[in-house]
Design a protein around this ligand. Structure first.
Ligand code: MOS
Length: 745
């Protein structure tokens, strides 16, 4: 296969649409006679609705429909587990009954001619509540503690080896607890849905990372065959896990559109985004680690408590990395959940891994300090060549190279390990590092490639249902097919984000490129075989070509003899000769969830961070980051770099800024807007030096690529916390590292 584009930085094929504003996002679809919905949330955190007087709202100008638990009725039984091919954001049906499980839980939806009218009518609802018991802090609900079963088939509580023997053999022991807060994905584009019905078919424009998942849920909700539901999402303004499950607003928009016989649009407000569509759970993580003087870890116990919702059991699987990252024979994981009056927590970029690695990599740093061993050395000494959990080798692992290259690019050898020893004027300088890791997932995709004539010669269209959630999928698929078929990029189009296209997995778990690119490549190969067959049958000098494929090349839209490139024929001429309107082929990839019988599939990386701290005010500025990744072959260098950078910036947010808080007394979110829930801005982000070990992993898929979307965030918060310790001598074990935690009194 020629690789003109793969392995190079390629500009986005949809870039022009985005910068000119012609890329359409869910809320921008304007359908005829469209009306507007507003959701009203509960003002109490627990209890029930005594009554809702809707009369004034119903008679307000422009109001078409008021839905409450009294008149909504039941939806069909919807799946609430992503393994079912789609999942609702909460187990509980929208507007199901009078119970209140959390603040913000939808208690009414108002539909009006105009959004302003719906919002005004919402203010006229007279709702009487009967306040009941609630808890929004882990300490207030300890009695609800329980052990969840598993996470994607992986056990969450288990022991391997002999933990007691391991601790007995240890020369030093560490026992520390690390805390991470609730966080939110904060996608720039709020969740939005436009739903309409026509002849018994439901069409939904939705801001989603899984059109097929939404279709599954909506078909179940409205008892329709899947082909009667079409979900479209051509563009998404970010998601990071928060748009993987189908939210209540989607079902309610579809229901209102059905009742009214008109299209209905709903856009969540920012507070609704922050409190009603998932978030990362708070975690309390205790690490007990035993080690020999030489650094060899003899035992590790990782205990995690995180929260879930009253009716759900979503688990922040924070032990998923600690079980595999280092060579630890004696290991135990334990995860417990506590029920809080909040919306069901959900996936957020590197769910489990991100908070889990903050704790693990902080603990490793503390261990390095205890042992007087350089933190990079300590990690090298505990390097795992086989997956210690499964016993199978990693398909392709270059973590040691990441340490070496990262340390070199950063200048790590200049580090004086003594805390507070490095200064620039009145600024304390700290250098810290951490390992990054994320599993290799393939969730499966069917991809279609069609070759058809156009005015500029034959062109190809590559299509699958999966959404481009901003990662660059349009470009990725177009460049894969352009290379595979030997076409210029301008002659390849990509169609995505439409459930009427072929089956495709969720754009989550960093799997979509790894799932779709190999299938696009395989489908292209089928088309090349077909072209060769046609050439053999119809073109002069190509007799028997299909049996000697190696003697031909496909480039610039032509099949040519390898030995004499001037003897060639254009694809469009082959289509004409065969009297074909188009050639079409379809290929698929099968799911792999991190491992198969032979291999463990895992990506790795290393972050090296410099912080500058002003000790008198506790202000931390991240001044330098060097990150090196090992994610198999990197297909589009530009798009991948953007993903790594985005993940790292997320990590800066987790380390220093982000925290979704609730008022414990009243159960209200205290900072549900972007003025109070702080995310990094440009001034918080230093120059970031990103590079990668470009070793293909052909054990994983035929393109040799693992995902790049989530690994960037993993380890960053720990690397920053470790750098802060190195600068100040203060070990912050609860995120975010806000100034108050650094000012000594
Ligand atoms: Mo990602 S948190 O798997 O959408």
């Amino acid at each position: 296969m020629a690789t003109a584009l793969i392995g190079t930085p390629v500009n986005r094929v949809d870039g022009r649409k985005k910068v000119t504003g012609t890329a359409q996002y869910a809320a921008e679809f304007v359908l005829g006679e469209m009306c507007h919905a507003v959701l009203v949330g509960s003002s109490i955190a627990g209890g029930k609705i005594r009554s809702i007087n809707t009369k004034a709202a119903e008679h307000a100008p422009g109001v078409l429909l008021v839905l409450t638990h009294v008149n909504t009725g039941r939806f069909g039984d919807m799946p609430d587990d992503m393994m079912a091919g789609g999942t609702t954001a909460e187990k509980r049906q929208p507007l199901a009954d009078d119970r209140i499980l959390h603040t913000g839980q939808y208690v009414a939806m108002i539909v009006a001619e105009r959004m302003e009218q719906a919002r005004y009518a919402a203010s006229l609802l007279a709702i009487e509540y009967e306040a009941g018991h609630f808890a929004v802090a882990l300490d207030d609900a300890q009695e609800t503690k329980f052990k969840p079963d598993n996470f994607m088939g992986e056990p969450l509580t288990f022991e391997r080896g002999d933990l007691n023997a391991g601790f007995k053999a240890a020369d030093v022991k560490l026992d520390e607890t690390y805390v991470t807060p609730s966080e939110h994905s904060c996608a720039l584009e709020p969740h939005a849905t436009v739903a309409s019905w026509s002849d018994g078919t439901l069409t939904v424009y939705n801001s989603t990372q899984w059109v097929m998942g939404d279709r599954t849920v909506l078909a179940a909700a409205f008892s329709l065959p899947p082909e009667k539901v079409r979900v479209l999402c051509p563009f998404t303004g970010g998601m990071f896990g928060s748009k993987g499950a189908t939210g209540a607003h989607v079902m309610l928009a579809a229901l209102a559109a059905q009742r009214l016989g008109r299209p209905v649009k709903i856009v969540l407000s920012r507070p609704q985004v922050l409190t009603d569509v998932g978030h990362r759970s708070e975690t309390v993580q205790r690490f007990e680690i035993g080690a020999k003087h030489d650094g060899a870890i003899t035992a590790m116990r990782h205990h995690v408590t995180s929260h879930t919702a009253l009716d759900d059991d979503f688990t922040e699987a924070a032990t998923i990395s600690s079980r595999i990252l280092y060579k630890v024979d004696n290991y135990a994981a334990e995860q417990e959940l506590i029920r809080l009056n909040v919306v069901r927590p959900s996936w957020m970029r590197a769910p489990g891994e991100a908070p889990g690695q903050y704790a693990l990599e902080s603990a490793l740093d503390e261990l390095a300090v205890k042992l007087g061993i350089d933190p990079v050395d300590l990690r090298r000494r505990n390097h795992a060549t086989v997956n210690p959990q499964t016993g199978t080798p990693f398909s392709s692992k270059h973590l040691l190279d990441c340490y070496t290259r990262g340390a070199e690019r950063f200048g790590w050898s200049e580090r004086n390990p003594k805390p507070g020893s490095m200064r620039d004027g009145d600024r304390l300088i700290g250098w810290g590092m951490a390992t990054a890791t994320y599993p290799g997932y393939l969730m499966g995709a069917d991809v279609k490639v069609r070759l058809e004539p156009s005015t500029s010669g034959a062109r190809a269209i590559v299509s699958t249902a999966g959404s481009d959630v901003g990662t660059g999928m349009y470009t990725m698929l177009a460049m894969t097919v352009a290379d595979a078929l030997g076409l210029p990029l301008e002659r390849v189009g990509a169609e995505l984000g439409d459930s009427s296209l072929t089956q495709c997995a969720v754009a989550g778990g960093s799997n979509l490129t790894a799932s779709t690119a190999p299938a696009a490549n395989d489908a292209s190969a089928q088309i090349k075989r077909e072209l060769l067959k046609i050439a053999a049958e119809t073109a002069d000098g190509f007799t028997g070509a299909e049996n000697h494929a190696e003697e031909f090349v496909f480039q610039n839209g032509r099949v040519a003899h390898r030995s004499d490139l001037t003897r060639s024929i254009a694809y469009e001429d082959l289509l004409t000769a065969a009297s074909r309107d188009s050639l079409e082929a379809q290929a698929q990839t099968q799911p792999i969830f991190g491992h198969n019988d032979k291999f463990s599939f895992q990506s790795f990386g290393a972050h090296f961070v410099e912080v500058r701290v002003r000790p008198e005010i506790g202000k931390v500025q991240v001044s330098r980051i060097v990150s090196v990744f090992d994610c198999g072959r990197i297909l589009n260098h530009k798009a991948a770099r953007s993903q790594f950078l985005g993940g790292i910036v997320f990590g800066i947010g987790a380390a220093l800024l982000e925290e979704l808080t609730y008022d414990r007394e009243h159960g209200q979110p205290a900072n549900a807007d972007l003025a109070e829930y702080l995310v990094p801005v440009h001034a918080d982000v230093p120059d970031i030096d990103v590079s990668w070990i470009d070793e293909p992993d052909f054990n994983f898929n035929s393109m040799g690529c693992r995902g790049v979307g989530e690994i960037g965030i993993t380890g960053v918060a720990a690397a920053i916390a470790n750098a802060v310790y190195h600068a100040t001598g203060i070990r912050v074990r609860d995120l975010p590292i806000t100034p108050d935690k650094l000012v000594r009194t």
